[in-house]
Design a protein around this ligand. Sequence first.
Ligand SMILES: *Cc1c(COP(=O)(O)O)cnc(C)c1O
Length: 422
Amino acid sequence: MAEPIDGSLLPDGAVLLDDDVVVGGVSLRALAEEFATPLFVYDEGTLRARCAEAAAAFDPGVAFASKSFLCAAMARLAHDEGLCVDVSTGGELDIAMRAGVPGSRIVLHGNNKSVDELASAIEVGVRRVVVDNFDEIGRLASLVGRRGRVDCLVRVTPGVEAHTHEFIRTGQEDSKFGFSIVSGDARRALELMKATPGLRVHGVHSHIGSQIFELDGYREAMAVVADFVRDDDFDELCVGGGLGVPYVAGERAPSIAQWAAGLRESARGHGVDPSVRLTAEPGRAIVAQAAVTLYRVGARKALEQRTYLAVDGGMSDNPRPVLYGSGYEAFDVARPLDQRPQPVRLVGKHCESGDVIIDEAWLPAATGVGDLVATPVTGAYGYSMASNYNRVPRPAVVFVNDGRARLVLRRETFDDLARLEA
Ligand SMILES: *Cc1c(COP(=O)(O)O)cnc(C)c1O
């Protein structure tokens, strides 16, 4: 007999009633009626609280990693709450600019920035370009000649790689991101940039991975990076993102404030001058728990081996289970307080067997066709990785707050899907 859904997986302040769940003061059942399914529902209060926590915990310059979930409303919200917006492509830069985020609050990432992307970033005066490779230094050098000054960080690989719960040291060479410290490339890149007119190096950046639950890997990286910059006169050290979040009951992760405190202590311990800005780029830790996805069950197939419940979305709105084998939980929106004794494989509507949302989901005995099933903690890398596989239109996204819902991304239509036909 599986317990009812653990409310801590839902957005802050969610209320579980006998026959409904209320998020941001709004009924999930009512949202499904008004906006149809599948639907991403983000609680604005949770998003704002996480942004504010990050802004307070790190030094000015801390950014929201927009690849985790980006639309104009989200970029504005992060900016309003005091965060910079971290983009890694021209497309992400474009949305942040359309949202009204000033260039001076945008950080440009990417391991293969095109001349156009770099030129646009320089044009709008981004706060930092995080330089990844020697080819990029060459491109920047020829661009700044004409366009003034570029403020940079150098991305280094500290030789610490995070693999979910465990950390393993890997060969410095084996990453497509950044400059290896051990091989001497990072030092050579720094010297080259210092010698390039128009490039101003503010410090180094490292990002050791994603969905990390333990601070040890960050401390290990800090030791390597602190040692690397010991004799440089830098004013910023960015530790990247990667802080994990619980997706299923029983998982535990440090808060953003605890993560920052641990890193600060580690930086001091390794002799980093207190005047050096400690910055970061959390993505998942800001947006993941803020959202739930609502689906409608359309088919139930009880086999000898297991029962399949098919919903009206799938790998096109949440590819993480297929890509990473990620686990999720599910609940029946009209029966959130019920025990969940029914094991089902929750699958989507796409034409392949791999289209699984939850390999073994636990739901109330009565949950079946026509019911509204929700998966919590879907705010990160769901919509942002969504596809049109099988020509399925992408779902709508609503923000809820204080009893009101506002549409921030409308549902795609077949006309949208046809618009590229030449
Ligand atoms: C993906 C990424 C992030 C954000 O990672 P999260 O796990 O979502 O916090 C931050 N910085 C860089 C460079 C990244 O590639």
